[in-house]
Design a protein around this ligand. Structure first.
Ligand code: FAD
Length: 401
């Protein structure tokens, strides 16, 4: 009888795992449990906000995976029984697994920021989980309705969170839209942190492309939003400053998705500790947790990492199931590209290895794009924007194609 690999979540980690498993281990039966019928990516959602992509361009069908022989159950996984090795489905019914790949992404910690609940997200969208693209579409509509001269505010959380450069790419592309269509408007970026990914590169770009448009307030200078008021449209900070906003994007504190929490896989951080060689959860046998839900050590919570690590997780799961050694000496790659304007891309690269201490960055392996005046680096920036587009095309093909 074919071994049963079940995957919960058809996002970057889950879809990549399913496609790789079908390709590399054709004797294994692969089933994905995912409620959505197609997947809207968070990557490139910021381009939708900027106006250079539409929803169709960031929506991916599961049809090609189905044609490759991956079975889909379009339902929620409601509960996992790690002893019986079964999953209870939202719509009733039970699915049995030999090995489970869990890639359910993140949950928003509703209420961790006072006033921010599911209702508040309809006024101040987060646009930080894929869903059906409703949140990102709502935020775009709000930007379109913004009067020229309005204030667009961002609340940015402390580490760790999904996609470290994501808020700053978003600020850049919203600035691009405002500069072109509502040039008297302002961006107020309120941050819990004092430093962020690719900071020098982003701030250089903001000064050159959008002078005077963006005010970024670090945490120690009263940037921490602690309360939102959707009726008065206020972002209130730690020191009691009340900012009136016209459009507000709250990127809230996050944890591993609910299914991982309910299954008892997370530790006190709210994320899932895993064996860095096999991705097996420290707290449950035969459940391999990939993507943003796990504790990635030095690696970022990115779609790129969800994709690269999915392969080691699948190969390890199947090797362990069949009594073989998991692949030795894996190397995990990441590149996070960000668009900051037309024909203007920047990136950060990292190479990581597992160790007894978790995932560690290989010394002198990565780096960021060069800094300098745009006049001198125009070709480099243009090339990186092009690399970013190629990356998006290839990773979505590797996951959903
Ligand atoms: P997801 O891709 O979110 O997939 C999780 C899936 O699990 C979802 O489809 C969900 O429906 C499903 N699910 C959840 N719970 C259950 C359940 N109980 N039962 C069944 N299914 C369930 N990364 C990059 O590498 N490059 C980028 O440029 C980039 N840009 C980004 C920009 C933004 C604005 C954001 C928010 C993120 C960006 N990311 C980027 C990060 C990237 O989106 C995530 O790291 C990636 O999606 C993580 O993959 P995942 O599989 O863990 O989760």
């Amino acid at each position: 009888k074919a071994p049963r690999l079940v995957v919960i979540g058809g996002g970057f980690g889950g879809a990549s795992a399913a496609r790789y498993a079908r390709t590399a281990f054709p004797h294994v039966a692969v089933t994905v449990i995912e409620p959505q019928k197609s997947f809207v990516t968070c990557p490139y959602g910021n381009l939708l906000l900027g106006g250079s992509r539409n929803l169709a361009a960031i929506t991916h069908s599961y049809d090609r995976l189905k044609r490759r022989g991956v079975d889909f159950i379009h339902d929620w996984a409601d509960a996992i029984d790690p002893v019986a090795k079964t999953i209870k489905l939202g719509g009733g019914g039970t699915v049995r697994y030999d090995k489970l790949i869990l890639s359910p992404g993140i949950a928003i910690k509703w209420g961790a920021l006072a006033g921010y609940d599911t209702g508040a997200a309809r006024i101040f969208p987060h646009a930080w989980v894929p869903e059906k693209g409703e949140q990102v579409t709502l935020l775009r509509k709000q930007l379109e309705a913004l009067p020229d001269g309005g204030v667009v505010a961002f609340s940015i959380p402390a580490n760790p969170f999904r996609c470290p450069p994501g808020p700053y790419e978003r600020i850049s592309l919203v600035a691009d839209y405002l500069k072109k269509h509502k040039p008297r408007s302002k961006i107020l970026a309120l941050d819990h942190k004092d430093a962020f990914s690719k900071q020098g590169l982003f701030q250089d770009a903001w000064n050159e492309l959008y002078p005077g448009l963006i005010e970024w307030v670090p945490g120690s200078k009263d940037g921490k939003v602690v309360r939102v008021d959707t009726k008065e449209k206020i972002f209130e900070t730690e020191f009691g400053t009340r900012h009136k906003v016209d459009v507000g994007n709250v990127i809230p504190p996050q944890s591993a998705a609910r299914i991982a929490v309910d299954a008892g896989l997370v530790n006190e951080t709210g994320w899932v500790p895993v064996n860095p060689y096999t991705f097996e959860a420290v707290r449950a046998k035969d459940i391999h947790v990939i993507g943003d839900a796990n504790i990635p050590g030095a690696m970022p919570k990115s779609g790129f990492i969800a994709n690269t690590t999915s392969k080691q997780a699948v190969a390890s799961a199947i090797a362990l199931l069949e009594g073989r050694e998991p692949p030795k000496d894996p190397i995990y790659f990441n590149t996070c590209y960000s668009h900051v304007g037309d024909d203007y891309g920047i990136s950060i690269v990292g190479v990581f290895r597992p160790s007894e201490k978790g995932f560690v960055e290989t010394p002198n392996s990565g780096g960021v794009s060069p800094r300098g005046p745009l006049a001198q680096l125009r070709d480099q920036r243009r090339l990186e924007a092009h690399y970013a587009d190629s990356w998006y095309a290839s990773i979505t093909k590797d996951a959903f194609g």
